[in-house]
Design a protein around this ligand. Sequence first.
Ligand code: AMP
Length: 485
Amino acid sequence: MKFADLGLSKPLLDAIELQGYTEPSPIQAKAIPHVIAGRDVMAAAQTGTGKTAGFTLPILHRLSNTPKPSGKGNQARALVLTPTRELAAQVAASVETYGQNLKIKTAVVFGGVKINPQMQKLRGGVDVLIATPGRLLDLHNQNAIQFDQLEVLVLDEADRMLDMGFIHDIRRIIKMLPKKRQNLLFSATFSNDIRQLAKTIVHDPIEVSVSPANSTVDSVQQSLIAVEKTDKTQVLTRLIVENDWFQVLVFSRTKHGANRLVKQLVAKGVEASAIHGNKSQGARTKALAEFKAGKVRVLVATDIAARGIDIDQLPHVVNFDLPQVAEDYVHRIGRTGRAGASGEAISLVSHDEFKLLVAIERLIKKEVPRKHLDGYQPLNDLPGSKGDFRDIKPNKPKSKGGNSSGSRNQNSKSDGAGRSSKKRSSNVKKQPNQATPSRAGRNARRAKAGKKVAPERSGSNDSSARDKGSSRSYSNPNRSNNTVG
Ligand code: AMP
């Protein structure tokens, strides 16, 4: 199939060609014609499937082919809600890229940065507004944006928004929108909670889905090297230098660990920078831009900060530490080998991380192939694979104290390291300004019971608290099979 077969206009086809895309990805082929036809769409698709273009292209097509409504005020014609600042920035970049041959005004707003420049950008209205929920509400409260002329609403990564406790913000936003509008809901999974939310948003939707996240795993060349914990930096440096890797995304479990690793790499002459929740938005954007431009060879990221990082054809991902939650492994390695590009993901695994490895292999239902580094042998070797690829059964929802978010419930199984999710979450250090899962969960439970909900740091005039998100929000890729379609 060709992009031209989807009914997209010439200026969009030209922009697509410039990107070098030869054919639509499955989610694009399935969703674009329905969006162009004006239907509401619920799409089950993970990041990395080309979903952003799946909604951006047809929205641009529609907006540019219908007359701009006349009227005054700071109106938006299309609104895209995303859970994180990074994703918002990336969606905005996609809108700019695909809309480069069109007269389309775009704005992106998120917390953690000054609100005034964003208010100025919204003056006179925009065609496409990409926003995180908290900052959008702040702007609306200050009359900087109106929605009387809104034509399209997109909820991107709806499951993560629920996991991050945005349900109330979303409900408040929906109430501000005109009833007659097109709705597009993108989510990795369609849990009961997402379906409940969808009922209040979409009308007679077309449901589309693409293959589950584990297919991402198949397109990535994975391996692991058994190492001594104390040798990890040395082994990583060897891999980078000996193989002449130029663009490596390295995952560290903690912010502190990320900073330390950057210092050690720089001391060994390898340009590196860190991206994590303690860095300002400016520092994060700069680090990502330098990494993308090839000025910095290694980007060390924590799971939270890496969420939504989109770098075309990222060649190498290294798990310096294995993630505490097995699902994060799939998301980490999904940063490489995207949309058909080949990629390599190597994990440096020390003896004490064996249980985490067992959980990962059980989740992805295969053994991670082991590699040997010439002349290197860890003192404590890693035990052989357990070969345990049984299905993981989700815990039964708890009657009390359980989180009401569907995908979090799906994930509330043992992490394979013998810890329950409750214990695990208490081990997760809270990021500054971060809405904790417990706060979000408590609020969600209270809301379900019809009780008053504590504001999520609404005192702050920027919404970084809500926009920074939670680290434990990933959905279980194995459950993608249970999605719509
Ligand atoms: P997304 O799932 O929207 O995060 O997109 C993942 C990556 O796929 C992005 O880097 C896009 O630039 C790229 N991409 C999107 N559509 C296509 C396509 N049809 N062919 C090749 N790459 C694509």
